[in-house]
Design a protein around this ligand. Sequence first.
Ligand code: GLV
Length: 458
Amino acid sequence: MVLVNGMAAQVTTQRLRQSEVFRPTDMEHESQQPSPEYGRRRQQSIFVRGLGHMVSRVPIDFSALEERARRVMTKRGFAYAAGAAGSERTMDANREAFDRWRIVPRMLCDVSRRDLSLTLFGERLPTPLILAPIGVLEMAHAQADLAAARAAAAERVPFVFSNQASVPMEKCAAAMGNGIRWFQLYWSTDNQLVISFLRRAEACGCRALVVTLDTPLLGWRPRDLDLGFLPFLRGMGIAQYTSDPVFCEGLAQLRIEPTTDPVKPRNNLFHFGARWQQIRRYPGSLLSNLVSRAPLAAVPKFLNIYSRASLTWKDLAWLREQTHLPILLKGILSAEDARLAVEHGVAGIIVSNHGGRQVDGAIAAIDALPGVVKVANGRLPVLFDSGIRSGSDMFKALALGASAICLGRPYVYGLAIAGEHGVREVIQNVLADFDLTMALAGCATLADVASAALERVV
Ligand code: GLV
């Protein structure tokens, strides 16, 4: 027997029938009126539903969440989302490093009311949680970025539009109302395209620009390599490009040069299928896409220009001239790069190793955080990404000096399992866990969390 908010609920371990599993629509009324009581509200709604033998399809534990997502996603889609670089040691290290930090709870601190809010880039946010930019969400769910955008807006969590989105930013912005959105930039070799992306992001009401620095090339990812699968080659995850006037200019007239690469795809049914997918995914009617060259020209053009490996710190001055948006640099792991970021006047830093997807054997993101925070020294906010699975992880990253937290894979799995409502449930669960962890550790505000004690165990 457990007591939830004064109400007794019998906890049973009986197996629940499928019909008793509550549908996402049952969640509809939740968080319409976001309350600071994230923890107790969520517990109460879960346990009360449990009285009627209704449990969510979206597991709370990360391993169970990932496993359920694996069952509903295609093999290729799951490999892309769950995979990481090389032996995946860095992805694992992100988790192991969190485990080495332990919270030291304090007692008798009056935690009857918690305030999770903060001000970031002049904006008041109810919580320090942000949905990270994740590409190719169509592999998780047909509604892809649109579902994630709606969920973020409903839960009052900022959403970072991915440069490699499956849905153009304008559509997502239109679905978000006043919901806070930022835009992630992969800095293309085509400056006019970069400027066009910036203008569009500004017109969409994006309030910050997240320049992702750690992907000048794609990491060596065995799961994708073993399946011979790169989504972009099938026209997936390039919606920001195929909806862009600069990118599309002259595309239909573009001559697709015969490849000089000695490796050519076999002309078989599978290859035909991949080309068919490119045509089908391209915006516009199927008929016009069948007669136009644009759908097939878009993929090679994208591959040619998507990222600029020649970037240096000097290029940031040019970017700053092109936009009034605050610029955050994502992918910073070294104290020296943090120093350069401060020196170059950026608005913020995101400590991240891209979820372990780029450099196998790279430092765990949470291990890099204290060094970066020390250099930043309060002059600019340091956000944290890579390895967050729970509210307790959020607490640790904030206690180590992060100003806000980006959530990645967990929301992708929620999306895969139950679309928009799945993302909402994941957000609610993480925030409930965070709120309760705060209370139980003796913290009533984020300032208390920032000064909370963590102990490092070996
Ligand atoms: C791209 O950003 C990726 O991690 O696949």
